[in-house]
Design a protein around this ligand. Structure first.
Ligand code: UT7
Length: 331
């Protein structure tokens, strides 16, 4: 029998501080109406100044482990998907390993922009299916509030902070049925953070020129996203020998309701089958898919046997999709 990988526990954490569209009206030249109409976002959660990404990851990770009934000491691998690590190195996953008390578990960060969690899910699946590991924690955690320019209305209204996590373990059936990863580096300059790496090491000049903030060509990313979310979903379903009508729930990256609706239309999905929590959290990058998944599971929407499509796009540009048969209790 083929060994499969399934999610046996999910967890999320969002910081308590809320920043509403009305708060943003006081900060930049924007309006609640513009933000809601163009993006669907109503508010976002913001981490405290002294809260690093690893703290959000820890809280979400602990909850996922509890939900899976697994002790941290049993973990073989910890994978953190993030574009806002605590530091360029060491990996935030190593900080998390220490905080969780996860023995000598292997740990590394994965950077695939907002597609990071779904990339991580695919990597974890390979380790489990190959028989290398049994217990893997995949976390998508972000503190984007720390890298947005709060004077740039074209980006600061979009993003929020949070973390979502999933425990993956072996299963005899169901679980991850297929994944699809991809990238197009020709779009690297449509969403990036210029400074802080070897190209533009942080200096007075990078600071003065605001190069430590997210830069984005929103329209270019939008066009890419509308195309790729539908295409990647259809391709991953084909790999799993499934059709759009087999999908019970669509769990997309939460960037913009217009992008999500265009992808859902391509798959001819009903509104109630599409998981959207964007109004509450904004775009939490690699945390958005696992937070949406956790909420849909906790609310009782998603149950064993359901077919899910998880799909994301992000900086890189990257995309990632996974089709799963939910099998949390069916190990
Ligand atoms: O996870 C991946 C991260 N990136 C994304 O998901 C971004 C994908 N892109 C988008 O979601 C959309 O492109 C945006 C929401 C960023 C922008 O929406 P849009 O419909 O593409 O607007 P636009 O950029 O074409 O701007 C339309 C107008 C412009 O004014 P003019 O030039 O028409 O006078 C902007 O200056 O809206 C203006 N604008 C704003 N107005 C009020 C841009 N941002 C704001 C704002 N409030 N916050």
């Amino acid at each position: 029998m083929t060994r499969k990988a399934t999610i046996t526990g999910v967890g999320k954490y969002v910081p308590p501080k809320v920043l509403s569209n009305y708060d943003l009206e006081e900060m930049v030249d924007t309006s609640n109406e513009w933000i809601v109409q163009r993006t669907g976002i109503e508010r976002r959660h913001i981490a405290a100044e002294d809260t690093p990404c690893s703290e959000l990851a820890l809280k979400a990770g602990k909850r996922a482990l509890e939900n899976a009934g697994l002790e941290a000491s049993k973990l073989d691998l910890i994978l953190v998907a993030t574009v806002t690590p605590d530091m360029p190195f060491p990996a935030t996953a190593c900080l998390l390993q220490q905080e969780l008390g996860a023995g000598g578990a292997a740990a590394f960060d994965l950077e695939a922009g907002c597609s990071g969690f779904v990339y991580g899910l695919s990597v974890a699946e390979q380790f489990i299916v190959s028989g290398t590991y049994d217990n893997i924690l995949v976390v998508g955690a972000e503190t984007l509030s720390k890298i947005v320019d709060w004077e740039d209305r074209s980006t600061c209204v979009l993003f929020g902070d949070g973390a979502g996590a999933a425990v993956l373990q072996p299963a005899e059936s169901g679980g991850v049925l297929a994944t699809e990863l991809g990238s197009d580096g020709s779009g690297a300059d449509s969403l990036y953070l210029p400074a802080g790496g070897s190209l533009n090491p942080s200096s007075h000049s990078t600071l003065e020129n605001g190069m430590h903030y997210i830069k984005m060509e929103g329209n270019q990313v939008f066009r890419f996203a509308v195309k790729i979310m539908g295409e990647a979903s259809l391709r991953v379903l084909e790999k799993a020998n499934l059709k759009p009508e087999d999908v019970d729930f669509f769990v997309p990256h939460q960037a913009n309701t217009r992008i999500i609706k265009a992808a859902a239309k391509r798959l001819k999905l009903k509104d109630e089958d599409v998981i959207i929590n964007l109004p509450e959290y904004g775009n939490t990058s690699s945390a958005s898919v696992p937070i949406a998944l956790q909420e849909a599971v906790e609310s009782g929407k998603i149950n064993d046997g359901d077919i899910l499509v998880l799909v994301a796009f992000g900086a890189g540009l990257t995309w990632a999709a996974a089709v799963m048969e939910w099998n949390k209790g069916g190990r």
